[in-house]
Design a protein around this ligand. Sequence first.
Ligand SMILES: *[C@@H]1O[C@H](CO)[C@@H](O)[C@H](O)[C@H]1NC(C)=O
Ligand SMILES: *[C@@H]1O[C@H](CO)[C@@H](O)[C@H](O)[C@H]1NC(C)=O
Ligand SMILES: *[C@@H]1O[C@H](CO)[C@@H](O)[C@H](O)[C@H]1NC(C)=O
Ligand SMILES: *[C@@H]1O[C@H](CO)[C@@H](O)[C@H](O)[C@H]1NC(C)=O
Length: 467
Amino acid sequence: MKTLLFFLLLLSLCFTNDIKVTQSAQYTGDRLTQKDEINFSNKAENNLKIQIDPTKTYQNITGFGGAFTEACAVNFLKLSSDLQNEIFSQYFHNIGYSLCRVHINSCDFSESSYSFDDTVNDYSLSSWSLNNGHDPKTLIPLIKKALTFNPNLKIYGSPWSPPAWMKGNNEMCHSSYPGLKADSRIHQAWALYFSKWISAYKQSGIPIWGLTIQNEPEFAAPWEACIYTPDQEADFLAQYLGPQIKHDHPEIKIMIYDHNKDHLETWANTIFSRSDASKFADGVAFHWYSGSQFENVKNVYDNWGDKFFLLATEACVCPATGFQDWNRGEQYGYDIIGDLNSGSVGWVDWNMCLNMQGGPNHLGNNCGSPVMVDADSNPQTITFTTPFYYMGQISKFLKPGSTILDTQIINGDENFIAVTGQTLDKKIVVVVQNQNDSERNFDLVYRNKIANISMPQHSITSFVFDA
Ligand SMILES: *[C@@H]1O[C@H](CO)[C@@H](O)[C@H](O)[C@H]1NC(C)=O
Ligand SMILES: *[C@@H]1O[C@H](CO)[C@@H](O)[C@H](O)[C@H]1NC(C)=O
Ligand SMILES: *[C@@H]1O[C@H](CO)[C@@H](O)[C@H](O)[C@H]1NC(C)=O
Ligand SMILES: *[C@@H]1O[C@H](CO)[C@@H](O)[C@H](O)[C@H]1NC(C)=O
């Protein structure tokens, strides 16, 4: 018996250094494909190096995911149950989605505008009902199905617009400056509205984890919108939304901003500096549409990261053609890796599935999605596009609770990027993206160990080994 245990120990020691490899690469059939394991050696082979410092730790991962939108729901619910199961088992079982978004009231990816209370000046919201909106036939069945795949899913809600009667321009689309009427009864009613929405979702069997105060508060969009300045959002949080949610649903995480990285620092600095508002804030949410701007994320993390979390809450690639372009996946990978290296606790995509026209969208703002659905063809088809694989190469391995570690690239360039995390079960995960037109050979250096690795052109690879 002792000898057997000894051999088992020896055997396990021999294998502890092996690196498991999963890869997606253009011009190959590799799509989240498991490759041969690689062994560490102790020999430096290449000038290009990825060096991991496990003693330098940063934020922990909350999760990855996408958005439940009405557009996604109407496409998804038309599919056969086999295809529905295929989409959700890919998202929730295979690539581990754990953090998802949903719109409160309609958004542009709805079939038309709606709210849950269109009764003008109903300050007490006595006419408020989920049945006044589309959700009971669209978002609720979609999300309840998702919860059967991942019962621990964290879900956060974001409004695009309050009901028309609360707004200065008296319609849900576009916005006055500011968007809400200057009437404290309106501000109070809008805060109560969030609380009623959380209660109604809970009653439908959908637990809510968090909120953003307003989707894209700087953009008076042609679709549902509502403008705030940073101080106006801080006022609304301090005087109305914060006290209401703290009282009714104290577990809810409240995120400020929810717009592009270009003005992330101004919003975080203004609202987090105001003690009346920041006491109700848990984090800051941001989108990618103004460019990668990782230094802005890093600055907010360095200044505020000990008190507030940072989360990438929306991204997608438009226009609605070229859904399979490899570059679309690389854009996802580049942004996810950069955001994680700058302090983001996760990364949440926009629509989880769209039709072959990139919709429906009631303002024609069509876009791509990791899953494109053709529910009207016979047979029905679903297509996984390159963003699915780039997201999956990261979300599948950097499980919630993983700690981001320091990664240094020696002799690299912007076409060669990497992020590292340590999972709760003590595995090191290194995800490397090679955007170069040529193959890249590099040394992966961890503690006193070195692995000689080659990655094909335009590939993303996840390396997993024992810490
Ligand atoms: C890695 O090491 C294991 C055990 O020592 C060995 O069986 C395997 O062949 C090695 N793999 C490679 C690719 O060298
Ligand atoms: C990350 O999680 C670990 C436990 O897994 C905890 O000890 C640590 O404090 C967390 N770090 C941060 C920055 O939250
Ligand atoms: C591609 O990689 C080669 C080395 O393999 C390097 O010389 C070249 O600068 C890289 N090109 C780009 C655009 O990064
Ligand atoms: C390192 O990897 C490169 C590319 O795969 C290979 O050509 C070379 O022989 C390897 N070096 C050693 C010592 O295995």
